[in-house]
Design a binder for this molecule. Structure first.
Ligand code: FAD
Ligand code: SF4
Ligand code: SF4
Length: 506
């Protein structure tokens, strides 16, 4: 049944119902139920169809939100799906895990006193329905091109680029060192936020459309970047960032102090049915333990909530700032609190305690002082506040940096920024190496899935334009990784020798 629009005045905001904390912590299933059709239509009808839609401006993909809300309200779900999928390669995934409170929904301009439209939940509903109805189809190019593109990294950035390039007819090979497609969607983000089946069906769709995946293949170990460049007409690097930041405190070598990705990967593998020796031995299993997680971002939230589900005796999260200054999404903090996690704000670890294995940390209290150059208040130690916090397992969730790709890829000329991310020319998405592009976290630093999708799409468009120009014999603009805010660290930016590019089109 069609709903009239502008219903925000008489219809209250209603998210899909959330499972009770007690029930949801006994399994790893997603915590939100699905909308039923009338509810999705009713909630979509709350939109006031703004002339200048701030929701759309603040969505990294600039999704045409008002239009797909209107179609949903009018019961025209197939059209809603057409519009939604035109700008997003994985709307059902973004609908589940985007921090909407900081992006689209956080900028919805519905009158003060009325809450935002539930954009993410409706986006998820539209595409879940499309999957059920069989409207989601593999990329199917109108014509095949002989040029092949090598993509390094099968995370959301690589997947989005692969789909776009395949649609254009390119032969696409995606290399990944993991044994499954999805990157952090599979081995980082826990099932209770994103069930793995949802990622698997996206990977299958790409395979069905002719994208080839070469898994268990690590660039740097199984081939150098140069070898891949000789095989393909263009390369996209979408390898993400995985070097865990550390708190090199006294006692750091004790047992039972682990990194967040080690913990989350083991848990995700377990959920996927893999046998994980360190989990079976109890080393990476939080069950029955007093768990202490260090950090206040979304990775820390995923660790605390995973530990709860594994049956930890207690779970604490230690963060040196206060709740309003936590980098993680407020929704995730709320979920964690509902699930019994204790937050120890304004506290920082000083040392790990124990003989062989950790038995706790010595911590100090923090007060927030004057703002620094970035405007954030500087944490200051409160004198004489040293105290002990007991723990049997300490998980460090302190963020990630890029690996040293020029060394790993045996390509010392590859330009990197002062942060170690890959330097690209933001107009062309190309690195300083001819025909080598980059996208996602490896360019931005640890970021979001929706930004990786955006970058993958942009890089695909740039690769297409680069190869079209080559085919037409036109010069490509020289790429300057310093354009657009990316600073070169001083590494050689010497152009690598140009390769012969297969130009023929079938
Ligand atoms: P990745 O997803 O990291 O994929 C990179 C791929 O490259 C991996 O599969 C890796 O195996 C492969 N690779 C790396 N090096 C090589 C090599 N040498 N050879 C071959 N393959 C290689 N974002 C959100 O929007 N919402 C969330 O809720 C959210 N939760 C998160 C939770 C955790 C625990 C973490 C760690 C991140 C989370 N993020 C979240 C961030 C998000 O997952 C990333 O921003 C996004 O996955 C980046 O995509 P990407 O394609 O650039 O890289
Ligand atoms: Fe909002 Fe993310 Fe969807 Fe954009 S992709 S509309 S930011 S949920
Ligand atoms: Fe609708 Fe809110 Fe977007 Fe306006 S800002 S178009 S009300 S969803």
């Amino acid at each position: 049944m069609a709903e009239s629009l502008l219903r925000f005045v008489d219809v209250a905001q209603e998210h899909p119902s959330k499972r009770e904390a007690k029930a949801r912590t006994t399994d790893f299933q997603e915590i939100y139920e699905d909308y039923l059709r009338p509810k999705a239509a009713e909630q979509a009808a709350r939109c006031s169809q703004c002339g200048v839609p701030f929701c759309q401006i603040h969505c990294p993909l600039h999704n045409n939100i008002p239009d797909w809300l209107k179609m949903t309200a009018e019961g025209r779900l197939d059209e809603a799906y057409e519009i939604s999928s035109a700008t997003n390669n994985m709307p059902e995934i973004c609908g589940r895990i985007c921090p909407q409170d900081r992006l689209c929904e956080g900028n919805c301009v519905i009158e003060k006193g009325f809450e935002s439209v539930t954009i993410g939940a409706i986006e998820r509903y539209i595409t879940d329905t499309a999957w059920d109805k069989g409207w989601v189809t593999p990329p199917s190019p109108k014509r095949e091109l002989s040029q092949s593109i090598g993509i390094v990294g099968a995370g959301p950035g690589g997947m989005a680029a692969a789909e776009e390039l395949r649609r254009l007819g390119y032969q696409v090979v995606v290399y990944d060192r993991y044994d499954r497609v999805g990157g952090l969607l599979i081995y980082g983000i826990p099932n209770f936020k994103l069930e793995k089946e949802i990622v698997r069906r996206r990977a299958d769709l790409l395979r069905d459309g002719g994208v080839r995946f070469q898994l268990d293949f690590e660039v740097g170990r199984d081939a150098s970047l140069q070898e891949l460049r000789e095989k393909h007409s263009a390369i996209l690097i979408a390898t993400g960032v995985y070097k865990a930041r550390d708190a090199a405190l006294p006692g750091v070598g004790l047992g039972n102090i682990i990194q967040s990705m080690t913990f989350l990967t083991a848990s995700n593998r377990k959920g996927l049915g893999d046998s994980v020796a360190q989990f079976e031995s109890g080393e990476l299993d939080a069950s029955g333990k007093r768990v202490l997680v260090l950090g206040g971002g979304d990775t820390a939230m995923d660790c605390v909530r995973t530990a709860v589900r594994q049956g930890a005796k207690s779970v604490k999260c230690l963060y040196r700032r206060d709740r309003p200054n936590m980098p993680g999404s407020m929704r995730e903090v709320e979920h964690a609190q509902e699930e019994g996690v204790e937050f120890v704000w304004l506290t920082a670890p000083e040392a790990y305690l124990g003989d062989d294995v950790v038995r706790g940390v010595r911590a100090v209290r923090i007060r927030l002082g004057a703002p620094d150059a970035t405007g954030r208040q500087t944490p200051e130690i409160v004198a004489g506040s040293s105290h002990e916090i007991e723990a049997d397992l300490v998980i460090k969730a302190l963020g990630f940096d890029p690996e040293d790709l020029p060394t790993l890829f045996a390509e010392p000329g590859l330009s990197v920024t002062g942060w170690g991310t890959i330097g690209i020319d933001f107009r062309t998405k190309m690195t300083n190496l001819d025909g080598v592009f980059a996208a996602g976290d490896i360019v931005r630093g640890a970021s979001l899935v929706v930004w990786a999708v955006r970058d993958g799409r942009d890089a695909a468009a740039s690769i297409h334009s680069f190869l079209q120009k080559k085919l037409a014999g036109q010069p490509n603009e020289s790429n300057d990784p310093e354009r657009g805010g990316s600073s070169d660290k001083g590494k050689s930016t010497k152009r690598a020798s140009r390769r012969r590019v297969h130009q023929s089109v079938d």
